[in-house]
Design a protein around this ligand. Structure first.
Ligand code: ADP
Ligand code: MG
Length: 394
């Protein structure tokens, strides 16, 4: 890592302000339904405690739209962190102002303080310099470890870095290390599996892959836009008609660049996107007019699995079908199994893809699951992430 990280700075006896990604999913009673993101911050927090720092954590949670909304309070996260880390976690009911200042001032080395949701202030997303300065005043050093928001320039992850010495935490360092295995001289053959909802979300990623990958395997709803562009009728499947020219151009460029560009041979179709509906497998040239394509078929899974098996680097972004409904999860499951069995480097990027691989039980069989959906997508598309760019070089 060419940027300063935790091991490049002296944190002994310092108040270290850490931007973490505690944007956890909550149910309607504010119970945390998945604490993966809290656990992902532990290496940085534990390192700081061990090295005699006072740890001040800040994060956003959900979309309170710049207003104080108790349903987006980080207080339940403080409690959960306390259980996980086995240590008292103090909580300030505001991220700036007197209470936060006092709590930060009183905090001793080896202690942890969590500040309230930074997005209770509209200044957060505007990267307001005065707001950022108030946050920065709470600490001696800033550490950015929130990979999930690294693609956004907000006050708590970019603005603060202008006021106090800054470094990256271990989570961001690990994310970049893995994503770079796909981005910088990937071991070949390099296969990219792309699915999910829309081509429009992933055009930049596809552009980048056309220069790097040996094979691109398409699934998910985006397959129907490619198929329609080639003249197939796709029934009632999700299609982005305005992206048909882009789809054609992508396939043309794949040919020019000698990238093997694969579309499914067969697809699962149904009349409704619902659990328990009747479904069939059909060749992609025989999708009935009244049906929706909702998954890739078994022949496609087999063919893709052969390619995945022989790959040295695999990245996967976007589920192969509407995996949330079990009838349409077999394609995603089959591909997950193939990726899990691949001895090469296997990287999962994308929020829903990560959820799918976890739900299907293959999480511990891949090299890396990115904790940041949008951030990993942008990084893999070759963009600089502002939350990383702002940190000084070593
Ligand atoms: P990621 O978050 O991994 O980048 P996306 O957000 O692009 O993935 O897409 C995930 C969504 O795409 C899932 O909710 C899934 O149900 C949906 N999806 C996949 N295939 C289809 C399909 N054939 N028709 C409709 N939706 C689909
Ligand atoms: Mg998504």
């Amino acid at each position: 890592m060419y940027k300063k990280t935790l091991t490049d700075i002296d944190v002994n006896n310092k108040k270290v302000l850490v931007r973490v990604d505690f944007n956890v999913p909550l149910d309607e009673h504010q119970n945390i339904t998945d604490d993966t993101r809290i656990k992902a911050a532990l290496p940085t927090i534990n390192f700081l405690l061990k090295h005699n720092a006072a740890v001040i954590l800040m994060s956003h949670l959900g979309r309170p739209k710049g207003e104080i909304k108790s349903t987006f309070s980080l207080e339940p996260v403080a409690k959960r962190l306390e259980e996980i880390i086995g240590k008292k976690v103090l909580f300030a009911h505001d991220c700036i102002g007197d209470e936060a200042k006092q709590a930060a001032r009183d905090l001793k080395p080896g202690e942890i303080l969590l500040l309230e949701n930074t997005r209770f202030y509209p200044e957060e997303k505007k990267n307001d310099p005065d707001f950022a300065e108030e946050l920065a005043a709470l600490g001696d050093i800033f550490v950015n470890d929130a990979f999930g928001t690294a693609h956004r320039a907000h006050a708590s992850n970019v603005g603060v870095a202008k006021y106090i010495p800054s470094a990256l935490g271990f989570l961001i360092e690990k994310e970049i290390e893995f994503l770079n295995k796909a981005l910088v001289n990937p071991q070949k053959p390099y296969t990219a599996i792309l699915g999910g909802a829309k081509i429009s979300d992933k055009i930049n990623l596809i552009d980048q892959l056309l220069d790097k990958a040996d094979s691109i395997l398409i699934g998910g709803a985006m397959m129907y836009t490619f198929l329609k562009a080639l003249g197939y009728s796709v029934g009632k499947s999700l299609v982005e008609d305005d992206k048909i020219p882009a789809a054609l151009e992508i396939m043309e460029r794949a040919k020019e660049k000698n990238v093997n560009f694969y579309l499914p041979e067969d697809t699962i179709v149904a009349k409704e996107m619902e659990e328990g509906t009747e479904f069939h497998s059909v060749p992609v040239n025989a999708i009935p007019d009244n049906m929706i394509g909702l998954d890739i078929g078994i022949l496609t899974v087999r063919k893709y699995a052969e390619i995945i098996k022989l790959s040295k680097t695999v990245i996967w972004n976007g589920p192969m079908g509407m995996f949330e409904i079990s009838s349409f999860s077999h394609g995603t499951k089959g591909i997950a199994r193939a990726v899990a069995a691949c001895p090469g480097i296997t990287i999962i990027g994308g929020g829903d893809s990560a959820a799918a691989i976890e739900k299907l039980g293959f999480a511990d069989k891949v090299s890396h699951i990115s904790t940041g959906g949008g951030a990993s997508l942008e990084y893999l598309s070759g963009k600089e992430l502002p939350g990383i760019a702002i940190i000084p070089d070593k």
